[in-house]
Ligand binder design. Sequence first.
Ligand SMILES: [Zn+2]
Length: 283
Amino acid sequence: MKQLIILADMEGASGIFDSNQEAFLHEEMYPKQTLWRSYGRSCITSDVLAVCNAANDMGIDDILLYDMHFAGCRETNVELDKLPSNVRVFDLPDRSILWSRIRGQAAVEPYGIVTVGQHARNGEKDAYFPHTIHTPPLQSFFINGIHVAEIGEGVMCFCDVPYIANIGCAASHREARELSPDVTCITVKDKRTKWEPSPAETYPIIYEGVKEALKDYQNKTAYPYQQHCVCELNLTENYCFEAPESFPWKGEFRGRTAVWEAHDLETALSLFWRVHDHIKKRP
Ligand SMILES: [Zn+2]
């Protein structure tokens, strides 16, 4: 059985630009914004649908989708009723980012992973809405030397799984290629060239791109399993860590930086949220 993992964010979806950025503001957090429901959801749905249709036409049996944008909000961004019947979502409370639970629900050896709706990391130039998980307070997050944002977290959680394609803002591809240089990169908007196509225009680009990527499966590589993980989380200027008296992991807090070590990526990613609990706004 061929299982495809799809990780969807939304800032990098087709059709969402500076001029209509309210489209990615989830209604549960921004009840006065109507564009998320009236327009934004259809943008990321179109992108995810293109991936699913291409995957199914290439013989994928089972699709597991993690809709991670505004994790903590109950309602999905992707309109699930528009997707093919073999698409399932991870069972998570309010779509919470629980990486061990996410990894545990997938096959031991999924066929591949696709990231879609992806934005660039904080600090990348010519990017739409660049941020690292959430900036502020996060300035950067490194695992074994790679600046990791949403793409990196997901691909590292599924280490050793062939990374098939990244779809999103042109500037998001740098992170994807640092994780796996052979990943197919499909652009749906480009700030540098001011290319702002509609979801209807990018649908066939995504569909064909994912099909080509799957045809080239034998050349796809995975981010490899790591024997040891060294993590570093840096905060923006107005925040700092308030170190707890004691904590059960190996690491330290130094002002705006926290470092920790773990023996595997799942633990490293899970500790991220434990460390994150100690972020304080500077007085
Ligand atoms: Zn997002």
